[in-house]
Design a protein around this ligand. Structure first.
Ligand code: NAD
Ligand code: TYD
Length: 378
């Protein structure tokens, strides 16, 4: 595979995947395809935008004709599909947009890829459609151990032995039944089913991965960690949903990007891989770590901003606990997370504080002009 489209490449995770592929594979042509919704930010890719193997195309994944033409013109043989509406709170307010992009957009890409690849003499040989999904499709796990089972857990241990704690005995595995609760996860579940259906029905070489919550540089500041870092910096309230007891399993975004690279090149067709770092945290505990880290790095008294914590009405249908068992990926493809969480959080907070202009251009809306200024007419 040489000509690769990465959809959603101007978003948070997509920009890390584009950067990794552009730098690591100079022999590939990497096409970053993105509609540039509010979540798309080409400033995330400033450091690779002049690379000879990088190209940006502004396109809506729902535009079947345009994508089919792009496949033909660029002779695409690999698709890494990350474009999506990704924020649960927005999906609760506006589910239609999620169904349109996540379900219809994915279906549109699948159908265009099918028509193009089936028109070639070699058909699906050497082709790949890799769909990036979330652990949220599996629903929620119970918090059977609210105080946490220290690592190594009784039933599951990370191959690297660097697990944090578990808040229940159950973990999501690749065969866990789908039971999405939010409109976001319902739309992602539907898209996962369509991808598998294209393999089972037409023989398209597909792969699906389901990853836990990502954190790291370039995340849009509507998500917990960047939103809170920015609020602490400006001493604005930190809205904690419910009691802050919900558990999420956090993975550093560059580790996700590395997993995507490994799976795209070496994963088995039609397989599903769960991606996660055995790193469960209650929201309130993570928030306290973030507050202390920001305070320390800004030269404030560590913990002095704890008073910004503000408990607010819980999110509707708020899933209690996500926890990924990623041992299949570790065992079969040798991938492991590279960073301990404390290291990852330190690196992340430092990045946001060192790149305040990036954040300020988002909050002021300036970032949306970057495409017009830098790309239009190129
Ligand atoms: P993001 O919201 O930061 O980025 C999404 C990107 O998709 C943006 O650049 C946006 O402009 C683009 N996009 C949206 N609608 C589009 C459309 N109709 N056509 C073309 N482009 C469009 O999201 P993210 O956090 O980077 O997530 C990327 C993918 O990874 C998503 O599929 C998400 O479901 C999945 N995922 C995310 C996480 C996480 O923690 N963020 C975890 C697991 C899986
Ligand atoms: P989020 O970053 O939106 O990711 P997801 O909903 O996909 O897990 O939220 C992470 C957790 O933090 C989730 O349990 C909701 C909670 N949360 C808050 O308590 N306050 C906030 O302002 C946000 C955005 C999230």
């Amino acid at each position: 595979m040489k000509n690769i489209v990465i959809t959603g490449g101007a978003g948070f995770i997509g920009s890390h995947v584009v950067r990794l592929f552009v730098n690591k594979y100079p022999e590939y042509k990497i096409i970053c395809l993105d509609k540039l919704t509010y979540a798309g930010n080409l400033e995330n890719l400033k450091d690779v935008e002049k690379a000879p193997n990088y190209k940006f195309v502004r396109m809506d994944i729902c535009d079947f004709e345009a994508f089919y033409k792009l496949m033909q013109d660029e002779q695409i043989d690999g698709i890494i599909h990350l474009a999506a509406e990704s924020h649960v709170d927005r999906s609760i307010k506006d589910p239609f947009t999620f169904a349109r992009t996540n379900v219809m957009g994915t279906l549109s890409l699948l159908q265009a890829a099918k028509l193009y690849w089936e028109s070639l003499p070699e058909k699906y040989e050497g082709k790949r459609f890799y769909h990036i999904s979330t652990d949220e499709v599996y629903g929620a796990l119970e918090m059977t151990h609210p105080e946490g089972i220290p690592a190594p857990f009784s039933t599951v241990a990370s191959a690297s032995g660097e697990a944090h704690a578990a808040y229940g005995e159950e973990f999501f595995v690749e065969t866990t039944k789908y039971m999405p609760h939010s409109p976001y996860s319902a739309s992602k579940a539907s898209s996962d089913h369509f991808v598998r259906a294209y393999h089972d029905t037409y023989g398209m070489p597909t792969i699906v991965t389901n990853c836990s919550n990502n954190y790291g540089p370039y995340q849009f500041p509507e998500k917990l960690i960047p939103l809170f870092i920015n609020n602490i910096r400006h001493r604005k309230p930190l809205p904690v949903y419910g009691k802050g007891e919900n558990v999420r399993d956090w993975l550093f975004v560059e580790d996700h990007a590395r997993a995507i690279d490994v799976i795209f090149h070496r994963g088995t067709i039609a397989e599903t891989y769960n991606i996660g770092g055995f790193n469960e945290w209650k929201n309130i505990d993570i928030i306290k770590v973030v507050i202390k880290t920001v305070d320390r790095l800004l030269g404030r008294k560590e913990g002095e901003d704890m008073n910004l914590i503000t408990y607010v009405t819980d999110r509707l249908g708020h899933d209690a606990r996500y926890a990924i068992d990623s041992r299949k990926l570790q065992r079969e493809l040798g991938w492991e997370p590279s960073l301990q969480f404390e290291e990852g959080i330190e690196k992340t907070v430092r990045w946001y504080l060192d790149n305040q202009e990036w954040m300020d251009r988002i909050t002021s809306g300036e970032y949306e002009k970057y495409y017009e200024d830098m790309y239009k007419g190129r």
